[in-house]
Design a protein around this ligand. Sequence first.
Ligand SMILES: Cc1cc2nc3c(=O)[nH]c(=O)nc-3n(C[C@H](O)[C@H](O)[C@H](O)COP(=O)(O)OP(=O)(O)OC[C@H]3O[C@@H](n4cnc5c(N)ncnc54)[C@H](O)[C@@H]3O)c2cc1C
Length: 396
Amino acid sequence: MDFEYTQEQEAFRAGFRAWLQANLPPDLCVDDAWDERVAPTREIFERRRKWQGTMHAAGWVGISWPREYGGRGASLIEQIIYDEEYGRARAPVLPGYSGLSLCGPTLMHWGTEAQKKRFLPRILSGEDAWCQGYSEPGAGSDLAALQTRAVDMGDYFVVNGQKVWTTGAHFADWIFMLARTDPDVPKHKGISYLLLDMKSKGVEVRPLVTMNGHRHFNEVFFEDVQIPKENLVGPKNEGWKVAMTTLMHERGIAGGAGHRSQVKRLAELAMRVQIDGRPAWEQSWVRQRLAQFAIECDAIKYTRLRGLTRILKGQPPGPEGSILKVYGSELGIRIASFATELLGGYALLAEPSATVPDAPRWLNRVLSSRQYTIAGGTSEIQRNIIGDRVLGLPRG
Ligand SMILES: Cc1cc2nc3c(=O)[nH]c(=O)nc-3n(C[C@H](O)[C@H](O)[C@H](O)COP(=O)(O)OP(=O)(O)OC[C@H]3O[C@@H](n4cnc5c(N)ncnc54)[C@H](O)[C@@H]3O)c2cc1C
């Protein structure tokens, strides 16, 4: 494995860094971009949308998309450099990220020419923000159990049912969703992948507030909603295959990124707060815990690079995705929990205090870190995948 970047890659990094420095409005910057990937208000959402438009005009959106679809055809390494610089600048997650990373690549693979022409440019520009309508009250880990029905009426489908945990649905312009089009076949068959304009008659979005007070996701209800046939992606009743294409892209967004900066913040916190009348940092057990976290961050980094090397050599994705998802998301919880050990009673403060000015941020981290062991496939499901497909363990 070669850890050095080429001169061209360093130049690419410098170019993007300089562009961000010159163009990113400071008041759009965020501390924990993924925790705050859904804007807290419509006003901030629209400002972020404008920011996506600015980035797009300068050619900095969807850089790894093929040129024929409006991207730059950037290499995997360039995408990683891009992500590093974007995170370093504390720039907000683009409001169109669901379209850019999930729906767009799925349409490139399965969409008709008309669908690609209609939707892809607007995903890049941020004119259309998308949400993902997969989970239902009775279908999460067992997604194929979904019950939302779409009845074929010739030119259009009529949809009835409900989705839940739909991130960003309250701001989204469109939803890519799964619905059952044939209830009389085994559950993985008879599902179709549909694109729905959120302004359609019969769509109702009801926000759900998370335990950190964020308005992140929603319930979405469909009552006799009409979806034109032209918005069916892939063959009717074969939506499961299309859905898996989307999930392949979702699993690429594995946990673990950003932990290094959290550990750095923890070390700063340990120097500020006191335990037994001395700075926490002076306790050897505190320094050992921090060192252990730093080691685990490195283990994640090299596991990620091993997966990357495999892809660059043209080999199929290995077990790294599931390992990173489980390990990265659970490490995030342990890092946040250690912050509560350092903070003691301050961990409960939702307002800054003189001793711990960033206490609310830690409280948010403690509560937010939990979501990553659930979203995009729970830890239990990832462990099943590792046991079954990687280790070849017998089924119980
Ligand atoms: C922050 C966040 C954002 C999300 N955004 C979206 C979104 O935008 N769109 C969307 O469609 N969904 C979204 N989800 C939903 C997410 O995909 C589901 O929560 C997840 O798939 C788990 O499904 P569930 O909540 O129904 O739990 P369940 O599947 O009911 O699981 C409950 C518990 O049982 C365990 N379990 C289930 N099956 C097994 C098994 N076979 N073996 C062992 N243990 C098992 C699970 O691990 C879990 O602990 C989001 C979730 C979160 C937390």
